[in-house]
Design a binder for this molecule. Sequence first.
Ligand SMILES: NC(=O)c1ccc[n+]([C@@H]2O[C@H](COP(=O)([O-])OP(=O)(O)OC[C@H]3O[C@@H](n4cnc5c(N)ncnc54)[C@H](O)[C@@H]3O)[C@@H](O)[C@H]2O)c1
Length: 314
Amino acid sequence: MSQSTTVAVIGTGVIGNGWIGRFLAQGLDVIAFDPAEGAEERTRQVIQQVWPSLEKLGLAEGASQRRLTFVPTIEEAVQNAAVIQENVPEREDIKRSVLTNIDQHAKPDAIIGSSTSGIMATTLQQGLQYPGRVIVAHPFNPVYLLPLVELVGGEETDAALMERAKAFYQSIGMKPLVINKEIEGHVADRLMEALWREALHLVNDGIATTEEVDAAIIYGAGLRWAQMGPFLTFHLAGGDQGMRHMLEQFGPALKKPWTKLEAPELTDELKEKVIEGCESHAGNVPISDLENKRNEFLVKLLDLVEDYWPQSKI
Ligand SMILES: NC(=O)c1ccc[n+]([C@@H]2O[C@H](COP(=O)([O-])OP(=O)(O)OC[C@H]3O[C@@H](n4cnc5c(N)ncnc54)[C@H](O)[C@@H]3O)[C@@H](O)[C@H]2O)c1
C-alpha cells in the first residue's frame, strides 16, 4: 500500500485512538467515526500527548496530525478507505451491527480488521455480503508503540486477502502473527489471562500484594520475556542441553498444582483489594503521567528488542 492509503477507524476509544496514532505516524490519511459526544476532541488530545513518543520512534515522511478527519457517519468514513479498523465495544451485537453497516458502504476490496479481543472472525462474518474481507486484527495497548497484531481469518476468509492484510500491517511497522485456527482469546490474551488469573488468586489469598505481584514480573520474568518469550527463556534454563534438559529437570513439576487456572470469584472484597493496591502503588500520579512514562520506556525497549533479536522471522 502506498503512503496515500486512506484508512478508516471506527470507534475511537482506547484502541481506536491507538490505531489512529500509529496510522498518522506512518504517514497515512485517517478518517474516523465515533458517535460519542466529544470523541473528536478526546482523540486529538490523546494524539497530541503521544506524538513526542512517535517522533522519537521516527515519523514517516509526510506524517501529520492534520491528516486526521472526523466524519459524522460510518458511510462517509469507510466509502473510500482501503483498510477499515473496527474498534467498537466488545459486544457481539454492537460489532455485528457496525460491521453490517461497514459492509454495505465499503469498497469490495477493502480490508476490514476487527480489533476484537475475544470474538471469532467466523461469527463477525455472518450475514455480510462480502464476509471474506473481514478478519480479526487484534492489537495491543498502546497500539501506536506495540508492534504485535494477531491476524485471524474466519471460514469465509480467502488466503489472498490475508496476504494483503499481512503486507499492510507489516508496512505500518507491525509484526503480524497469522493464526490459522480460530480460538477464543487468540494466542497472546490466552497467555496473559492465565497469568492474570493466578495474580488475582495470589492477591485474594493474601500471599502477595498487587505491588509485589508487579515486582515479581518487573524485576524477573518480564525482563527476560521482553527479549525471548517463554519458550526460548526456558531453553536457556536447561544449561548446555537447552530445552531437552529443562523438560527432564522441571517436567515433573508440571504435575504439581502451582497454578489454579480457574479464576477466583471477583468478589467486592477482591475488587477493592486490587483497586486499592493499584491506586496506592501508583500514588497520586495521574494516569496520563503513567502513560507518558510507559511510552518513554517502551520506545527505549523497542530499540533494544530490535538490536538483540534481529533474527526474528515474524
Ligand atoms: N483495551 C484494550 O487493552 C484492548 C486491547 C486489544 C483489543 N481491544 C479490543 O478493542 C475494541 C475496543 O476496545 P476499547 O478498549 O478501545 O473500548 P473503549 O470502550 O475504550 O472504546 C469503544 C469506543 O467505541 C465507540 N462506539 C460505541 N458504539 C459505536 C458505534 N456504533 N460506532 C462507532 N463507535 C462506537 C465508543 O464511543 C467508544 O469510543 C474491543 O473489541 C476490545 O476487545 C481492547
